[in-house]
Design a binder for this molecule. Structure first.
Ligand code: DC
Length: 229
């Protein structure tokens, strides 16, 4: 990273799936007029691309090659960002639980993480970046101006994911979602590279009994206090 890039402020938002990071990051980025990096979408896109290209999950060099040349584009839309792979809209497939599970396996492969790291840093553009992920504050942007770790109980995260899927017209079983969340947490927390954990200088916010507007306010006030330091 050059010195100019290091002066561009980053808000790193890490935490487990279902803690509300996606919505909160979108709203904080819109409120600040900053760019948004959904790093999970990159791991999800590698998983989908591997399926299209027929690359098995145990072919680590093959997956790293796919990640290095990933033909992904993010197109802002009124409801949600559309994700294109080689020009084809894969947004819906990207958001399924099956893809999330595959992404968590792909994300445990060090060569894949390496292949995606520069692409993530390239999102650091003026006037600033909100970076949503698992290792934003620990590995990708250790010099972020502000770091937040959003968490919530696994039960509450399962309840939220269930509602989110039903709202999108996708049928889901809440107990199965809970089991998948616990299993995915374990995989993300126990992996050897870039495990899910708060950076030592992160502000940890437990959102279990908070509404989205309350979380957005808490994150914005933490960010503003760090920007005025
Ligand atoms: O946030 P998400 O559910 O879209 O992420 C999908 C998977 O990708 C998740 O299980 C963990 C992994 N991931 C990661 O390892 N590092 C990131 N920075 C973002 C996501």
């Amino acid at each position: 990273m050059n010195s100019a890039a290091s002066e561009i402020p980053v808000l790193a938002v890490d935490g487990p799936g279902g803690a509300g990071k996606g919505t909160v990051c979108r709203e904080v980025a819109a409120s600040m007029g900053w760019h948004l990096l959904d790093s999970g979408a990159l791991y999800r896109a590698v998983a989908v691309f591997a399926g299209i290209r027929g690359v098995p999950l145990d072919d680590h060099p093959g997956l790293a090659d796919l990640a290095a040349g990933l033909p992904v584009d993010f197109v802002p839309a009124s409801d949600d960002t559309r994700v294109l792979l080689s020009g084809t809209d894969v947004t819906r497939e990207l958001r399924t639980e099956t893809t999330g599970d595959l992404a968590s396996r792909v994300a445990a492969i060090p060569e894949v993480r390496d292949a995606l790291s520069q692409r993530q840093r390239d999102f650091r553009q003026l006037p600033g970046l909100v970076a949503d992920g698992r290792d934003m504050g620990t590995v990708i942007f250790p010099d972020a101006r502000a770091k937040v770790f959003l968490t919530a109980s696994a039960r509450e995260r399962a309840r939220r994911r269930h509602k989110q899927l039903l709202d999108k017209g996708i049928d889901a079983n809440i107990d199965r979602l809970y089991g998948e969340i616990v299993e995915r947490d374990r995989r993300d927390e126990e992996r050897a590279v870039a495990p899910l954990k708060p950076a030592p200088d992160a502000c940890v916010i437990d959102t279990t009994s908070m509404s989205i507007p309350e979380v957005v306010d808490a994150v914005l006030s933490h960010l503003r206090s760090r920007l005025s330091d």
